[in-house]
Design a binder for this molecule. Structure first.
Ligand code: CO
Length: 428
């Protein structure tokens, strides 16, 4: 069993929101000698070394400025996203009905709603409070099971197994407690702020999501699988980060993990925003050099792929059914929903062959709409050669997804090789 999985599951378990994921990545980078740069500071000519930048506490660019000339080697980029579909608490969420206090929620991204019922849910995210003179951001995580969305009994909906539809406004507000009193969300958050941060103040804003308290786990008689929330895409964030930590410091290497992928990437911190572009521009302020660097760079956009499901095998093209534990999947779409082209596809396949990592290729059924990733968006923004890969998974966007326990290590090995290749990536 790859030791990497133990760390991966611990990382996902303590990263219920993009804010927590970035805080945990930041801590790991600090431990490994990376220096944080502030976007608001003056960046003088940056010396070779290890750095990272955070935007909105939910997106991060970490990089090793190598000793080799980046015009010769290009930048080896690995991309992923920090967000996952979830239920987000509304600004005025509290309702009282039949003695129950519930919180109204928005659906963030393409949530598979059914699996959210009958889970022991907790609540986490960022709050911004005022201490009277200034405002402060703090991350909070209730950790304990604080709410639940009970199913309706089958006796009250006899057709549920044939046709169940979920109205997100009516059916999914989680129940937090039973009370006759009118309590406010602020009371709950203030006591959590005091408990976690020993701070007091007026809550002025928050981004809080529900999540499943069931911890990530190995599943299967032989532990063939890992089951967890947010495998899409914290698995890629963590594996990409571990690969970056292994970079030998010769070539310039970079990991970009953006928030807001699940809602289209159009935000200041999202892949369609200027975050990555501005970091690259500030590191390489000379335009001519930067264009040459970009031309020699390559981005491996990592995001999970759909494994062929034995009970629903006809949802895949018969010749393109990735199998769990058979290696990373190169994702291809003629309509550029994935950024892979024949050169970047071949480059990644070549890397896999050189590192003894199996790989698979995926394209959607021609009669099904294809998903997308940060790959095509980043390629469009930066102009860098890109490909889309990811480990095959089941139940994407469920509150409990499933991946193969060997694929994380396969992905780690090939990304590590990619970040440590001496010459410029791509065809000669
Ligand atoms: Co994803």
């Amino acid at each position: 069993m790859p030791a990497l999985n133990e760390e991966l599951l611990a990382f996902i378990g303590k990263s219920p929101t993009p804010f927590h994921a970035v805080a945990n990545m930041s801590a790991l980078l600090d431990e490994n000698g990376f220096k944080q740069l502030d976007e608001g500071d003056y960046w003088s000519q940056t010396e070779p070394g290890r750095y990272y930048v955070i935007r909105n506490q939910s997106s991060i660019v970490a990089f090793v400025l190598g000793s080799a000339d980046p015009i010769e080697t290009g930048i080896r980029l690995v991309g992923a996203h920090t967000d996952s579909p979830c239920l987000r608490v509304k600004p005025n969420p509290v309702t009282h009905k039949h003695s129950y206090l519930q919180l109204g929620v928005e659906v963030y991204g393409g949530v598979l709603l059914n699996p959210w019922f009958d889970r022991d849910l907790s609540l986490a995210g960022r709050i911004t409070y005022s201490d009277g003179s200034s405002i402060h951001n703090r991350l909070i995580d209730f950790t304990r099971a604080a709410g639940v969305i009970p199913s309706l009994a089958i006796h009250l909906d006899r057709n549920v197994n044939d046709s169940r539809s979920i109205n997100p406004q009516k059916h999914i507000p989680p129940i937090l407690l039973q009370t006759d009193e009118t309590s406010s969300i602020d009371d709950l958050l203030q006591s959590q702020l005091e408990e976690e941060h020993n701070a007091k103040g007026k809550i002025l804003g928050y981004e809080l999501s529900f999540y499943d308290t069931n911890p990530p786990a190995f599943v299967g008689i032989n532990n063939d699988f890992i089951a967890s929330a947010r495998l899409d895409n914290l698995l890629s964030c963590f594996v990409g980060l571990k690969a970056l930590l292994s970079a030998d410091g010769t070539a310039t290497t970079m990991l970009v993990c953006n928030d807001h992928e699940e809602v289209g990437s159009a935000s200041a911190a999202g892949a369609q925003g200027p975050f990555l572009k501005s970091v690259i521009e500030r590191l390489f302020p000379d335009g001519e050099s930067r264009h040459r660097i970009t031309a020699n760079s390559l981005l491996v956009s990592t995001d999970n792929a759909h494994g062929i499901h034995p009970n629903y095998a006809d949802k895949h093209d018969a010749n393109h059914g990735p199998v769990l534990n058979q290696g990373p999947v190169i994702k291809i779409n003629a309509n550029q929903r994935y950024a892979t082209n024949s050169e970047t596809e071949a480059y990644f396949a070549h890397l896999c062959e050189q590192t003894d990592v199996p790989y698979q290729k995926f394209t959607n059924r021609t009669d099904l709409a294809c998903g997308s990733t940060i790959g095509p968006i980043t390629a469009t923004e930066i102009g860098v050669r890109t490909l889309d890969v990811g480990v095959p998974t089941f139940a994407m966007h469920s509150i409990r997804e499933l991946a193969g326990s060997r694929d994380s290590d396969y992905l780690y090995r090939v990304l590590t090789a990619f970040l440590n290749v001496a010459d410029s990536p791509g065809a000669k």
